[in-house]
Write a protein that binds this ligand. Structure first.
Ligand code: BG6
Length: 359
C-alpha cells in the first residue's frame, strides 16, 4: 500500500536506501564473500563479450553496467535494445554471454531475443525483480533485484537495484578472473555509501521541489548533459522527465551539444548538467559556459569531489562507476515534482503501461 504517501512513485524513490541494504545483505556475506552462483561465474569466465539486452529504463541501467563490467571485470560489453537487436542481430563474438535486464521479466521485446539466444544454445542470465517471470524461467541463470514490488509506471528503485546487482556481479567476475581493478572496487562499502547518499538526497526533497518550480515552470523543453558515466545517467534522467511530466527532454553527451543541439538553447532553456565523471569534469564546465553564454538556465549536479561554489545539488561520496545510483535521485524527484505541478497522474502516465508484452 501507499501508506501515508500520495503516490507510489515517491514511496518507491524513498525506499531506495533500503533496497541498497537488502541487496548488500543478500549478495554479500559479513566476511565480504559474494553470494553469486559458481556455475554462473564459470559460464561468465568463458565469455569473451557480454551482450546486455533491455528496454526503457532497464536499457539505461545496462549502459551504466557497461562501464562497471568493462572496468571491474575487464570484459567488453555491448548494450542492446531488444526491439532492435532481435531483428538486426550483428555478428556475435565467439563466446557471447547474454544478460537480460528487466524489472517485470515480461517485456516482449527482450523476450524474443532470449528465444533466439536459446535456439542458438547460448548462455544467459536474467536480472529481474520478478523471480518467476517469463525471462527468469527461460534464461539459464537468474539474479533477483530484491527491490520489492514496483507499482508506479515510471521505474525508479528497479533502476538503482539493477546497477547495484550489476556491480555485485562485476565484482564477483572480476575477482574470479583476478582482475586488478576488481580489488580496488569494494562493493560492500560502495553499496553502503549508495544507501547513505540516496538518503541525503531524498532528505533534500523540499529544496529539489523548489528548484523544480524555479527551472521547469512554464518550460516545454529541457536538456540533461554529462560525460562518461554522466552521459549514461543523463539518458535516464531525461526519460523520467518525459514519462511523467510530458516535458520534452533530451539526454546529451555534453561534448556533442555544440555539434547541433546547441541551436535549441534559448534564453531560460533549462539545462541540467551532471559532473560526477572525473575525466569529463573540466570539459563539462566548459560546455556549461557555452550554454550559459546563450542564455541557458543551468542547474549543476556535481559530486562532492568535483563541485564548485554555486553548484545547486551535491552528490555525496561514491565510486563514480556507480554514481548514477545516487545522481539519478535528483532527476527522479525533479520529474516527480514537475509532474505534480502540472496536475498529471504521476503513477499512471498517459499512454504508458508498466509492462509491455507486445513487440
Ligand atoms: C516500459 C515501462 O514500457 O518497459 C518502463 O513503461 C520500463 O518503465 C520498460 O523501463 C522496460 O520494462 P522492464 O520490465 O523490462 O524493465
Amino acid at each position: 500500500s501507499k501508506g501515508t504517501y500520495e503516490h507510489y512513485m515517491l514511496k518507491e524513490v524513498d525506499e531506495q536506501p533500503n533496497v541498497m541494504r537488502k541487496i548488500s545483505q543478500h549478495y554479500i556475506g559479513t566476511d565480504g564473500k559474494l553470494n553469486v552462483e559458481s556455475a554462473l561465474l564459470d559460464e561468465l569466465k568463458k565469455a569473451d563479450r557480454l551482450y546486455i539486452v533491455a528496454a526503457g529504463t532497464s536499457y539505461h541501467a545496462g549502459l551504466v553496467g557497461k562501464n562497471i563490467f568493462e572496468k571491474v571485470a575487464d570484459i567488453p560489453v555491448d548494450v542492446e535494445l531488444g526491439s532492435e537487436f532481435g531483428y538486426h542481430m550483428p555478428k556475435l563474438s565467439q563466446h557471447p554471454f547474454f544478460i537480460f535486464l528487466s524489472q517485470s521479466g515480461e517485456t516482449a521485446d527482450s523476450r524474443q531475443v532470449l528465444v533466439k539466444v536459446n535456439e542458438m544454445n547460448l548462455p544467459s542470465l536474467t536480472m529481474t525483480n520478478v523471480p518467476n517471470s517469463t525471462l527468469s524461467r527461460e534464461a539459464t541463470f537468474t539474479m533477483e533485484l530484491l527491490a520489492g514490488p514496483e507499482i508506479a509506471v515510471a521505474s525508479t528503485k528497479a533502476y538503482t537495484a539493477q546497477i547495484a546487482v550489476e556491480a555485485v556481479l562485476a565484482k564477483a567476475l572480476g575477482e574470479a578472473k583476478g582482475v586488478e581493478d576488481a580489488k580496488d572496487f569494494d562493493v560492500k562499502k560502495q553499496l553502503a555509501l549508495a544507501a547513505n547518499g540516496i538518503q541525503t538526497i531524498v532528505d533534500e526533497k523540499e529544496k529539489i521541489k523548489a528548484l523544480t518550480a524555479d527551472y521547469l515552470t512554464d518550460q516545454t523543453d529541457a536538456f540533461y548533459i554529462g560525460r562518461g558515466i554522466d552521459y549514461a545517467l543523463s539518458l535516464e534522467a531525461a526519460l523520467k522527465l518525459k514519462e511523467i511530466s510530458y516535458i520534452h527532454a533530451e539526454g546529451f553527451a555534453a561534448g556533442e551539444l555544440k555539434h547541433g543541439t546547441i541551436a535549441l538553447i534559448e534564453k531560460n532553456t533549462p539545462v541540467f548538467a551532471y559532473i560526477n565523471d572525473g575525466v569529463g569534469a573540466s570539459h563539462t564546465r566548459g560546455n556549461i559556459q557555452e550554454v550559459e553564454a546563450r542564455g541557458a538556465h543551468v542547474l549543476v549536479i556535481a559530486s562532492q569531489k568535483y563541485s564548485e561554489a554555486g553548484d545547486q545539488i551535491i552528490i555525496p561520496e561514491i565510486d563514480e562507476l556507480i554514481s548514477p545510483i545516487i545522481s539519478v535521485v535528483p532527476a527522479q524527484l525533479i520529474a516527480y515534482y514537475a509532474s505534480l505541478a502540472r496536475g498529471n497522474d504521476v503513477d499512471k502516465p498517459r499512454n504508458l503501461a508498466k509492462s509491455v508484452t507486445v513487440e
